[in-house]
Write a protein that binds this ligand. Structure first.
Ligand code: THU
Length: 162
């Protein structure tokens, strides 16, 4: 029997003043995108913004439904939007933020497991890892070098019959 350990490396910035101005701008777009969320049920508005290889920025926000499971997270709205646009450009970095009613908003948001799975497969199919910037409206900013690093044991299409 082997005991194995997985290490996840990420940058933790006490606030946004030590991240690059480009990353800060993207984080601001993610924060702005929270205003486009449709979240009457959770009152937890999530915004995501991705910079593409051609420098365009694509946004997403969570879209809920009275049939709760029909709701879609901001990250997957963004990725579906990108696929719908139809472009050869791919994501180099994605910022995710949120506004939660009555919450402090000073902690980074940890993307849900389903979104981690979908982001990881996006990286796999484009062959290009993208950085993830996670932050609330203020306080700590976390930066991960790839979305897959958040989901080390993920299910992959390579496990399905070829
Ligand atoms: N949500 C996201 O949009 N992204 C995440 O990574 C976590 C959760 C949304 C789903 C739902 O609309 C609300 O936040 C509360 O779970």
């Amino acid at each position: 029997m082997d005991q194995r350990t997985i290490t996840i490396q990420y940058e933790s910035h006490p606030d946004e003043t030590t991240i690059s101005s480009e990353d800060r701008r993207l984080l601001d777009v993610a924060r702005e995108a929270t205003s486009l969320a449709y979240a009457p049920y959770s009152r937890f508005r999530v915004g995501a913004a991705a910079r593409l290889t051609d420098q365009r920025i694509v946004r997403g926000s969570n879209q809920e439904n009275a049939s709760y499971p029909a709701g879609i997270c901001a990250e997957r709205v963004l990725l579906a939007t990108l696929s719908s646009i139809g472009t050869d450009a791919h994501i180099t970095v994605m910022a995710i933020s949120y506004v939660g009613e009555g919450l402090g908003n000073d902690k980074p948001l940890a993307p849900c497991g389903v979104c981690r799975q979908v982001m990881a497969e996006y990286e796999e199919r484009t062959g290009a890892p993208f950085r993830l910037i996670l932050a609330g409206l203020n306080g700590e900013v976390q930066i991960f070098q790839s979305a897959s690093s958040l989901l080390p044991f993920r299910f992959s299409g390579s496990e399905l019959p070829q």
